[in-house]
Design a protein around this ligand. Structure first.
Ligand code: IPE
Ligand code: IPE
Ligand code: MG
Length: 261
């Protein structure tokens, strides 16, 4: 995506001491960054607040992450917002999250218009509460023509169920004679994942220090660089984003080969 350097410099104008735009190579910004937004509950608990307050605060971080991604010229930002396992949480917390997804999306639609951001969802959103589903569909419809960054929100997403679903679809196509068994390959499976058509993430960020994937993008992360930060999601800022990108740029991605000198 094209980078508006002037806008980007203004966005990062007041640099803290330890990181600045000069620490990253603007020619080598990752195309797809994915984030496991974790630590909302701990952020709230540490302040003696209800966990829900952490989720509300997390929305501000997400808005900033979207803007940062646009300013940095990413092609895709994807974020893990609700896993297939998160239904195990207390009903009150689940209800709050579903409500928050709906209200936030309505509130942020002008930002998506202004920044030409196209929305898409990863996960089975058909089973979400009706209002959330309706708002999500509205978001999809209203941003379908946008040609800028893709923002992919993973809601009711689980990687194992995603892969099983893709396998089921392949089996169905083979059974109906549409597809031959020999055509069941990596591309055919990728094309049936929720991420069909998107490049694999170059960089995965997980906040709050947890060193696990929690059933996120198991297929797509095969060669992704990981960056885990102890920063809790509600505290994650544009500067933390920059730190992650700088760390990513310091890696040598070999994809199984050897370094070219
Ligand atoms: C991430 O924060 C948000 C969601 C999973 C929806 P958590 O709610 O998992 O926060 P912690 O991990 O309990 O601190
Ligand atoms: C992963 O976080 C899911 C999201 C961020 C939406 P969790 O907090 O649910 O993951 P675990 O339970 O610590 O593995
Ligand atoms: Mg968590």
């Amino acid at each position: 995506m094209r980078l508006d350097t002037k806008k980007l410099r203004a966005y990062y104008a007041d640099a803290p001491q330890d990181i600045s735009l000069d620490d990253v190579d603007l020619e080598a910004i990752p195309s797809h960054v994915s984030i496991i937004m974790d630590g909302n509950g701990r952020w709230a608990t540490a302040r003696g607040l209800d966990r829900s307050r952490g989720h509300v605060a997390g929305v501000d971080s997400l808005r900033e992450a979207v803007t940062t991604s646009v300013r940095l010229g990413l092609d895709v930002l994807s974020v893990y917002a609700f896993s297939t396992e998160n239904w195990r949480r207390p009903q009150r917390e689940v209800d709050l999250l579903m409500h928050l997804f709906a209200t936030t999306l309505v509130k942020e639609l002008p930002l998506f218009h202004q920044e030409n951001v196209r929305l898409r969802f990863l996960g089975d959103i058909d089973v979400l509460p009706e209002r959330t589903r309706t708002v999500f569909q509205r978001g999809l419809d209203e941003t379908a023509d946008h040609t800028g960054m893709t923002f992919a929100l993973a809601v009711n997403y689980g990687a194992r169920s995603e892969i099983a679903r893709a396998a089921r679809e392949l089996a169905r196509s083979v059974a109906s004679g549409e597809l031959s068994v020999d055509d069941v390959n990596e591309d055919a499976l990728s094309a049936r994942l929720y991420t069909a058509g998107l490049p694999d993430p170059d960089l995965l960020i997980r906040t709050s220090g947890e060193m696990r994937l929690s059933n996120y993008l198991l297929w797509q992360l095969a060669y992704t660089e990981f960056y885990v930060t102890p920063v809790l999601w509600p505290d994650f800022s544009r500067w933390d984003f920059l730190r992650a990108v700088a760390s990513y740029q310091g890696r040598s991605r070999r994809f199984g080969g050897v370094m070219s000198s």
